[in-house]
Write a protein that binds this ligand. Structure first.
Ligand SMILES: [Zn+2]
Ligand SMILES: [Zn+2]
Length: 407
């Protein structure tokens, strides 16, 4: 039996030893074999087997035309009353291109790939929720979704396009968060994640010998100026009361000490929690890039990629999630987010179509550090699997009960 320390008292009785061990083993196995977005073949196979063992009313794979090799999984857990519209709970399954440095005994065996965002735990708690909802069904059916490719912002659309959630009346998801201790949950109305758009910029000049810069139009110097100028969108142009982030994540140019290259590329991410700020970032990024390029006699190519919109939890579904978290963990466990989260979540795509609530689930062991997600040292404390599973299952039950009563 693997050891799972410190399960909150109210959660522990929900998980018999056999289930506890199988969920911990599942999580460790997923963590040890992380796969990048849209390459989650092994992960999807492992999760399919875990769900199949539960004999759900329906289980299928989505995202591929053959219905067999798709990386998304949909399991339908029967409720007590077929007249109640189904609700959905979701876990994402993909990993990141990061070399793990956690020192965990089940650290990644895939060089340069790591579960640095805790999706190993999210996948496992969705399976755990399927167990709990099989043991104690909701009023209506619950659709358990395992989603690939959250990190690239495309997986939610794969699930939605499959039609699997066309009849879902509510959806719940959550993210591990080491800023909060095990047993703490954020389940509240209002903004919970930011819009996460991408940009790719190429500055095209004229290459030349490094000794004769006057014969070039140097894209490296232009890019240097552009990097500085883009910092002024948030610091000088935007109203400081409106939160936003402009981050340049890659920069590439050149091939040798003495060659001025013909072009240079940068890419990055734009974050905002309201539509006007989001639009403003796009406009300013284009305006500044084009004017800096002109100053340095360069041509600018700007490509904006629309990522997920912000998540703003509506009152109704947030109330269901909050009621569920209180009933599972007690009122003192439900804590405020406290600060705006500028991370993006493609769960927002679901919430454009289905009312829902996205939660944060504490993943820091007592006395542990608040290691940020996407860091090579990030891991979620194992107990978070059980808190997440219990809160998601109960959220589905509370929502389903309210829908059954016509609330
Ligand atoms: Zn992430
Ligand atoms: Zn994540």
């Amino acid at each position: 039996m693997v050891e799972v320390p410190h399960l909150p008292d109210s959660v522990a009785p929900l998980f018999p030893d056999v289930l506890r061990e199988s969920l911990v083993n599942l999580r460790r196995d997923l963590h040890e074999h992380p796969e990048l977005s849209m390459r989650e073949e092994r992960t999807a196979g492992r999760l399919h087997a875990a769900l199949e063992a539960l004999k759900p009313a329906e289980l299928h794979r989505v995202g591929a035309a053959d219905g067999v090799t798709g990386l998304g999984l949909i399991a339908r857990i029967r409720g007590r009353d077929s007249g109640v519209p189904p609700v959905a709970v979701l876990g994402d399954i993909d990993a990141l291109p990061i070399q793990e440095n956690t020192g965990l005994p089940f650290a990644s065996r895939n060089a340069g790939v790591m579960h640095a965002c805790g999706h190993d735990v999210h996948a496992t708690w969705a399976v755990g929720a399927a167990h709990l909802l099989t043991a104690e069904p909701a009023a209506g059916d619950v659709i358990v979704v395992l989603q690939p490719a959250e990190e690239t912002g495309s997986g939610a659309l794969v699930i939605l396009e499959s039609g699997a959630l066309d009849d879902a009346a509510a959806i719940f998801g959550a993210h591990v968060d080491r800023r909060f201790e095990i047993g703490q949950v954020v389940a509240e109305a209002g903004p919970l994640a930011a819009a996460a758009d991408t940009f790719d910029i190429e500055l095209i000049g004229a290459g030349a010998h490094g000794a004769r810069p006057h014969e070039s139009a140097d894209p490296i110097v232009g890019t240097g100026a552009l990097i500085g100028a883009l910092q002024t969108i948030v610091s000088r142009r935007l109203n400081p009361a409106h939160p936003a982030v402009v981050t340049i994540g890659t920069i590439h140019a050149g091939s040798a000490h003495n060659i001025i290259p013909g072009s240079a590329k940068i890419s990055g991410t734009l974050r905002a929690v309201d539509p006007d700020t989001r639009r403003f970032l796009h406009e300013e990024l284009r305006r500044i890039t084009e004017s800096v390029a002109a100053t340095y006699r360069l041509e600018a190519k700007v490509e904006l990629g629309l990522g997920p919109p912000p998540i703003v939890n509506p009152q109704g579904a947030a109330g269901w999630a909050r009621e569920a978290a209180i009933s599972v963990l007690g009122a003192e466990a439900v804590v405020p987010l406290g600060t705006l989260n500028m991370g993006g979540e493609d769960f927002a795509h679901y919430m454009e179509r289905i009312p829902g609530c996205f939660m944060r689930v504490g993943a820091r062991e007592r006395g542990g550090e608040p290691i940020p997600a996407h860091s090579p040292r990030f891991y979620a404390a194992e107990e978070s699997i059980f808190v997440g599973a219990a809160v998601l299952a109960e959220s589905a039950r509370v929502a389903s009960r309210a829908l059954a009563q016509g609330a």
